[in-house]
Ligand binder design. Sequence first.
Ligand code: FE2
Length: 348
Amino acid sequence: MATSTAPAVETAHDTFPINGTDYIELWVGNAKQSQLFYRAVLGFQLIAYRGPETGVRDRASYVLEQGKIRLVLTTPMGPEGEVADHVRLHGDGVRDMAFWVDDARDAYAKAIERGAVSVQEPTVLSDAHGSVVIAGIRTYGDTIHSIVERSDYRGPFLPGFRAAENPFHAEPAGLKYVDHCVGNVELGKMNHWVEFYSRVLGFYNLLSFDDKTISTEYSALMSKVMSNGNGRIKFPHIAVATDDIVKTVRVLKARGLEFLSIPKSYYETVLDRVGTIDEDIAPLAELGILVDRDDEGYLLQIFTKPVQDRPTLFFEIIQRKGAKSFGAGNFKALFESLEREQELRGNL
Ligand code: FE2
């Protein structure tokens, strides 16, 4: 598969400071059941809810948390409207990768000034717990970036959400933070969106998709398409970080989560490719955990099978041991595995 690199930029010029990902909102066909999967299998806690019971008629939303990761699962209450349209078109998928900022009005103004398309002007939302300022800009596809300022808010999530009332708490699986997200941009629009993130948000390097790409705990997101030669494998995923990938994957497998399988032959040569690592190779091979190295260290990663029947989203679990790249050395093994899965589904 081909990789290419974003135009080199000399220095970072953040258009506005981003503290991190505030939340990732998924629009899904059945949030009530999905949220239970995220809790019982992935180890998230349910923290807040909004829906018909709180006065919102057209949708229901569940807010889940683990470490610094906050997911919102939203489902339509009927066949009409933007949520239902999105689910029909895209299946369960990411609608909003929200940025957490200190000054949403300033961030929004600067993004618009640089050419971002507005979805929501800065709006103050308040309830008994305080107020937030929230704005939104459009990005690729039907995806948006909300811009959230919450320094004056003490509630469970956002105004209008009530704290969750549910005694079920699964043990966390050790997921700490969102490492990166991968989305599919429109065909032929890769450079357009690379340029968008560079010009509008001041991102750089985050958008290149070779192994020199950087990402840190504080990176809000990166965007890339990975595709095999015939373009039929696309690859939208959310990568979440753990400090102990072997332990995390054991927990998730014990709870029934399915991962892409990696041929044993991968492990016969992996150490020749990546050199010495701290971990024993046997548990990595047993679990199908992949290894890659860059100039600054190595990383361990594994990919779940799609978490819906319509294969629209899956998760990557990643543990960084110094490496700042994304595992380009594993693409071949990965795509072969994806192809085997697609063959089984009859859509290779
Ligand atoms: Fe990734």
